[in-house]
Ligand binder design. Structure first.
Ligand code: SF4
Ligand code: FES
Length: 381
């Protein structure tokens, strides 16, 4: 297309900046319906400061946001928390999301689920359930979740979900205390009738950062976990899909966090704040919009926080000239911030980062911190 001449430029003024092309629509939205949660997992990645019940969006506000998300192009809606079952209007929210033509995935601990509630959720159009696993037996699961009886209730919830034919994914956060039980975790997922298992090595965002010394896996555990997953994938091909998030502190290159900032997904917090990623509020200076006050499409396209690290103009060396920048997008901005103090720095996991040696040394120190004890999550009111 030929551009019309800029009349101001003809008079010697600098040409008007070319507007940034509109970003492709996001595929998925994570709706953090509430921060309230019966569990107290030490690896919780929610922020230290939680939104209280009084600050949560109403049913109507969420329903409008779901419609706006669908109009924007979102296909999948992940209903998360905290514990979404703590919202008494969850069934109404699922119905609203389904009415907007969104694929609905409930991310839950299973605590608070009853057969009656599950029937109502199914009737409302729930498409998929994702259940968290805190451990492979009652002793370990209830200890990590800080909730006695949680494991038994979770097993029951899984059975109800599978009986009804709702596709079930299990999500297991792996860390130093349970990585040696990865084979048992995979076997449990088979027993529970899951179609998919997410094996996600702990990420140290939010509350989890308090527990680096207690949860950081050793390099040997990380290597062995990769082997266990590879063998299980071969054995279970066609029966159980295993997604694996390796321990990036022991990897050579960072993960493509969020598939690239502001490119594939967005998160909405319980009070309506719209974030490019779960931990974005840990980056000082970013300005976030609220979906209760501004249309979601404008936030996605023009919001200052989304534009901050979208694309690659913000990159510094070595990312700027690196041939992997289209694969990992420079890694995780929140991790760069936490470990280098500069959110635009190369993720220090990368072998090309000048901060890599310090990251490896800290990970080794944390992984062998025998004196570290767990600090359980404090609850939202
Ligand atoms: Fe990725 Fe940047 Fe490392 Fe290249 S230098 S591999 S883009 S993090
Ligand atoms: Fe924020 Fe990775 S968690 S960019």
């Amino acid at each position: 297309m030929t551009r019309a001449p800029d009349p101001l430029a003809a008079r010697g003024a600098p040409p008007a900046p070319t507007p940034a092309p509109a970003p492709a629509p996001p595929l998925a939205m994570l709706a953090e319906l509430t921060h309230r949660c019966p569990l107290a997992c030490p690896y919780c990645s929610n922020p230290l400061e939680l939104t209280a019940r009084a600050g949560e969006l109403s049913t109507l506000q969420w329903a409008r946001i779901f419609e706006e998300a669908a109009a924007l192009g979102v296909l999948q809606l992940h209903l998360s928390g905290g514990e979404p079952l703590a919202r008494r209007d969850l069934e109404e929210l699922v119905r609203a999301a389904r009415g907007a033509d969104l694929y609905t995935n409930l991310i839950t601990s299973g605590i608070g689920l009853t057969e009656r509630r599950l029937d109502a959720l199914e009737a409302a159009g729930l498409d998929h359930a994702q259940l968290s696993l805190q451990g492979v037996d009652a002793a370990s699961a209830d200890e990590i979740g800080g909730y006695r009886g949680g494991y038994v209730r979770k097993r029951q919830a899984a059975a109800w979900i599978v009986q009804r034919g709702v596709p079930l994914t299990l999500n297991a956060v792996m860390h130093r205390r349970n990585l040696d039980r990865l084979e048992e975790t995979i076997a449990l997922a088979e027993t529970m009738g899951a179609r998919r298992l997410e094996v996600a090595t702990v990420q140290f965002h939010g509350w989890a950062a308090k527990n680096r010394g207690a949860l950081m896996p050793t390099r040997d555990q990380a290597r062995r976990a990769g082997e266990v997953v590879a063998a299980a994938r071969r054995r279970l091909a066609g029966r159980l899909v295993i997604d694996y998030v390796p321990a990036d502190h022991h990897a050579d290159y960072p993960k493509a966090c969020m598939g690239g900032w502001g490119s594939t997904g967005l998160n909405v917090t319980p009070d309506g704040t719209v974030l490019p990623c779960h931990a974005a509020q840990s980056i000082p200076g970013l300005v976030f919009d609220n979906a209760a006050q501004r249309p979601l499409a404008r936030i996605w396209r023009e919001g200052a926080a989304f534009r901050a690290y979208r694309g690659d103009d913000w990159m510094q060396e070595p990312c700027r000239s690196c041939d992997r920048k289209g694969r990992d997008f420079g890694g995780c901005r929140c991790q760069a911030m936490a470990l280098t103090g500069d959110p635009a720095a190369t993720d220090p996991v990368c072998v090309k980062s000048p901060h890599r040696a310090a990251l490896v040394a800290a990970a080794e120190r944390d992984a062998h911190d025998a004196a570290a004890t767990l600090t359980w999550r404090a609850a939202a009111s």
